[in-house]
Design a protein around this ligand. Sequence first.
Ligand code: ADE
Length: 473
Amino acid sequence: MNFYVMTLFPEMIQQGMQDSILGRASRNGVLCLDAVNIRDYTEDKHKKVDDYPYGGGAGMLMQAQPVYDCYKAIRDGIASKKGDGYGKNTRVVYLTPKGKTFHQKMAEELAKEEDIIFLCGHYEGIDERVLEEIVTDYVSIGDYILTGGELPALVMIDAIARLVPGVLNNEASANVESFYNDLLEYPQYSRPEQWHGKGVPPVLLSGNHKKIEEWRLQQSEKKTQELRPDLYDKYSRRKNLAEKLAKKNKALYADMSESLRRGLGELVYEGEDGAVVLDENAGTCFLAAFLEQAADKIVETIPIDADICQFVLHQEWLMPSMERSYRIVEKNVCRRAIYTQKIPLAVPKNVDIRRLDKSYLEEVSSHYSMGSKEYIEERLENGSIYGAFLDNKLAGFAGEHIEGSLGMLEVYKEYRRRGIGESLEAYMINHQLSKGYLPYGDVIERNEPSYKLQQKLGLKITKETFCWVVIEK
Ligand code: ADE
């Protein structure tokens, strides 16, 4: 991932990144940081980059010309590395107290970019005309005023970079998926066992990993309740809804409860009459109306400005209400398959299974008809598609969909009837189990071969059907 920082103080950025984990990642080539001095681009012979504001007022403003030319040089550099037109889509983040407040979800979203340009202001700000032309995101790191954007840029780079695969040694430490993420860290202890007359909680010395996990969760809940009641409220609402849905029908609502548990979806509505969960990153909204009369009310709770392209309707009676509010262009009736056991499946050793990278884009998209090329590219970039290799040749693949279900299972014609589909699915189930997930998949009604495979692997299939609908954007 490449970070470009437009600044009047490039040393401040370089020094901030030199040491620590980010410094190592940068030396290893996982990250690249380019601090570009805006002053190098001024046309003023005295190297001036600021001037008085029109209309009067205190202080000086950074002028449009050096900022724009600095940006243009970075953008042209990106375009020449990656191909024409590329730099035009690069996000430009302007650090300003007037921006949207930075948070973890924003870091996760930005970590998916290949290049980001940061613009650090100084003095009283920057000429509005250049901001209008180049800035895509206005971001603040909190409600206080700093002397410039360099520290905020470093804060953002640190939070984003640690999410980039390969930056942290231990990948699990950046695992952001779980509603436990709404909780504060549990207390930790290191040697010696006694210090200032204080011991270590005995459970941590017990070697019982299950008990240790339980204790840590309890401690996290307690600390969050005490110190951040706002976070605790969010956490308990998500947790309660996930539990309530699982009690009602674990398999039918596995998509909603897993979306909440894995930290993908937000709780939009929860009541006696139904529930709504929105995963904006996946463009998917999940609806449940427990009572037929509640259908209109449930549909009305969908946020109008949300970026949604598909819905999962868990009851048939939601359809008329949906049709009154949206133009539906595609509809697929499905049943849910879930793997409820905790023990991993035995994966037959008939193939070698490996994660696929972006170099497989053409091959995967030519064999998979249920998603666009852009979607497959996103899934490959996310590391969510795995391939089965026979004699080093790709024989099929399977993956995790953006909203969390297992699927995309495809075995090439010439390799069918050899148990490769079974190996791929068993592998994916184990992969999700290792992340603490409840593995589930959506099977299109009447896909008999898929039902057979699910049953063979021990998955339960719902008698209830539900509906995936795609709407006109
Ligand atoms: N520049 C000055 N103060 C700032 C803040 N709080 N966040 C982002 N940029 C800033």
